[in-house]
Ligand binder design. Structure first.
Ligand SMILES: [Zn+2]
Length: 189
C-alpha cells in the first residue's frame, strides 16, 4: 500500500511527475492522443513517493498536447509560456537526432527543442528553478520565452509483455519554431 504523501502535487512536486503508486499498464487507446495506441499508466498522484526524474506518461502527453504547465497542471496562454531547459538547434540537427519533423520545415530553421517538457508559467518556472535539485544543478539553465508556433513529435516506445508488439506512443517531444527572421530568441528575466 502506498500512503498519501504530505507533499502537495503542483506545489511541492510538479504536476507531471510520476508517483510510486502509479503503475504502467501497457499499451491502450489513449484519449491524450486522440484514441491512438499509447503506453498508459494508472493515475494516483500524491500517493507513495514522487519519482522526480520520471514523468507520468499520460500527464506528460496532456501537458504538451493541451499546453498545460508541467509544474501546476493549469493551461498556459501563448503570452505566458517559458522554458528553462530548452536548447536552440537547427531542424537539420534535430533530424540528425532522429526527430521526425514535418517536411515543410527547412533544415536551417531554428528550433527550440524542449524535449518532453511543456512550457511553464513564468511564476512556475521561477518556482521550479528554486525548488528542483535537478534544475539547480544545471549550469545551462536559462529562462526564455517559448515560441508561439511549435510541433509535437511522438516518441515511440516498445510495449512490454509477450509477443512482438507494434511500437506505440510513449512520451511526446515538443519543438518550438522560431519565426524565420525572428532574432528575438533571447534570455529574459
Ligand atoms: Zn504553472
Amino acid at each position: 500500500m502506498h500512503k498519501l504523501s504530505s507533499l502537495k502535487v503542483g506545489m511541492d512536486v510538479p504536476w507531471v511527475t510520476s508517483w510510486t503508486a502509479e503503475e504502467t499498464t501497457g499499451a491502450a487507446r489513449c484519449a491524450t492522443v486522440g484514441g491512438r495506441p499509447a503506453l498508459c499508466q494508472t493515475s494516483d498522484p500524491g500517493r507513495g513517493r514522487p519519482l522526480y526524474s520520471q514523468n507520468h506518461l499520460e500527464r506528460q502527453r496532456d501537458t504538451v498536447v493541451r499546453m498545460l504547465c508541467p509544474m501546476c497542471g493549469k493551461a498556459t496562454t501563448p503570452g505566458d509560456r517559458w522554458t528553462l531547459t530548452a536548447k536552440v538547434r537547427s531542424a537539420g540537427a534535430l533530424r540528425a537526432r532522429g526527430v521526425n519533423l514535418p517536411a515543410h520545415i527547412h533544415d536551417d530553421q531554428r528550433m527550440v527543442d524542449a524535449g518532453a517538457i511543456a512550457p511553464l508559467h513564468k511564476a512556475c518556472a521561477r518556482r521550479s528553478a528554486k525548488l528542483c535539485p535537478h534544475l539547480r544543478a544545471d549550469p545551462d539553465l536559462k529562462l526564455a520565452r517559448f515560441p508561439k508556433q511549435y510541433v509535437l513529435t511522438p516518441l515511440m516506445a516498445q510495449p512490454v509483455g509477450d509477443g512482438p508488439g507494434q511500437p506505440v506512443i510513449g512520451f511526446i517531444q515538443l519543438c518550438g519554431v522560431t519565426a524565420t527572421l525572428d532574432r528575438r530568441w533571447r534570455q529574459d528575466g
